[in-house]
Design a protein around this ligand. Structure first.
Ligand code: 5CU
Length: 377
């Protein structure tokens, strides 16, 4: 393996290939793409929290536009590479953005999954060594189709893992029916990248949110809580003990898991039912241990405070830089230039572990290169 200068790797960076956008354009329920006469770019409408705004804009041409503009950043490979070059990113591990194949029927998702994964593989092949990808699984399809998909993507040269939402087969990630899939993914040495989409129920945000608070509540709070809840359910159900080779990267520095791990532990130790059932006693692997042995965290938390919690919980050797491109573009400067959302994360790494330090080099790329085997063919 060649030893080279320190490289910057972005492990949290999404795309929607053109065939996927076509499906979104044909839909009348979220997720969808819709054009409005008052805006040059079509709008990409993804989240439950955007449904009310979609209805308002459909009925009233004066209403504010729902969702986000679907710019070339979402689907163009040339634009992805331009973004990488602009920000000094040597390697990107690209993934389909939410909500993946979750909304497709059982009969559609297997074929679509195969074609999306082939498309990602082809894109990576156009920039060998610069692009790898997390594949997507057709989780609404029958089990044998999902397992066939794991075998398929294992054989794709640039595939290094699976991007996964929190719904699993429809009942969440603590569903025992998922175990054969997790086992197959772990046996294939594919790392799961766990990413939120569904957030929390709209009522949590209150009646003023849709009109007055933009996307702040569902994205800043709903996404991280969703991830935290999904992983805690997995932990409580014993998935990590059952499949010790399972490896997962948690988006957004683990949601709030690093901050709440102590409280989760205390609630277990003080839970009458769990104590009585022998689930809280000696020999139990704590959530802290799982964080240090089976979980990795991305560094997409935008501040050194969050990053320091992630490092304390999981270790600087388990943290990996990401950008969340093409989400969070600059709103007042040229999108072809530098993005503040990127520099916020890069600056947070420098402040948390020291600019130019060994740890900074690891978080910015070295960890991803070794954890995701990016120097292997
Ligand atoms: O802005 C957003 O809604 C999103 C999203 O949907 N997915 C993501 O990864 N980041 C931001």
């Amino acid at each position: 393996m060649a030893v080279s200068k320190s490289r910057v790797v972005d492990i949290h960076t999404h795309m929607y290939p053109p065939s996927y956008i076509k499906i979104l354009e044909s839909r009348s329920a979220i997720p969808l793409v819709r054009s409005f006469p008052q805006a040059p770019d079509p709008r990409l409408i993804l989240l439950e929290a955007e449904v009310k705004g979609l209805e308002e804009a459909t009925n009233n041409p004066e209403a504010k536009l729902p969702g986000r503009p679907l710019t070339s950043h979402f689907a163009s490979l040339a634009q992805k590479v331009h973004f990488m070059d602009t920000h000094g990113i040597d390697i990107s591990v690209i993934s389909l953005a939410n909500p993946w194949l979750d909304f497709l029927s059982a009969s559609e998702s297997g074929k679509m999954g195969e074609s999306v994964n082939e498309e990602f593989s082809r894109m990576c092949g156009e920039h060998p060594g610069r692009l790898f990808f997390f594949a997507t699984l057709p989780l609404t399809a029958p089990l044998e189709t999902v397992l066939a998909s794991v075998s398929h993507v294992q054989g794709l040269k640039y595939c290094r893992g699976i991007i996964l939402g929190t719904s699993g087969l429809g009942k969440g990630l603590d569903d025992p029916a998922l175990l054969p899939i997790f086992e197959a993914v772990a046996a294939a040495r594919l790392t799961i990248f766990l990413h939120p989409h569904y957030g929390l129920p709209n009522e949590v945000w209150g009646p003023r949110a849709s009109a007055e608070y933009g996307h702040v509540l569902p994205l800043a709070l709903g996404f991280p809580m969703e991830t935290t809840i999904a992983v805690t359910r997995m932990y409580l159900s014993g998935v990590f003990d059952k499949i010790r080779d399972l490896r997962m990267i948690l988006a957004h520095s683990g949601g709030t898991l690093p901050f709440l791990a102590g409280r989760i532990e205390s609630c277990i130790l003080h839970d009458g039912q769990l104590v009585k059932e022998g689930k809280a006693g000696k020999g139990r692997r704590t959530i802290w241990e799982v964080l240090k042995e089976q979980l990795y965290l991305d560094a997409v938390i935008y501040s050194e405070v969050g990053l320091k919690a992630a490092i304390d919980a999981s270790g600087a050797d388990r943290l990996m830089f990401g950008t969340d491109h093409p989400f969070f573009p600059p709103l007042e400067t040229d999108e072809q230039g530098e993005w503040e959302s990127v520099s916020l994360n890069a600056d947070a790494v420098a402040r948390a572990v020291g600019e130019g330090s060994k740890q900074a080099t690891a978080v910015m790329g070295g960890n991803a290169i070794s954890i995701l085997r990016l120097d292997e063919d």
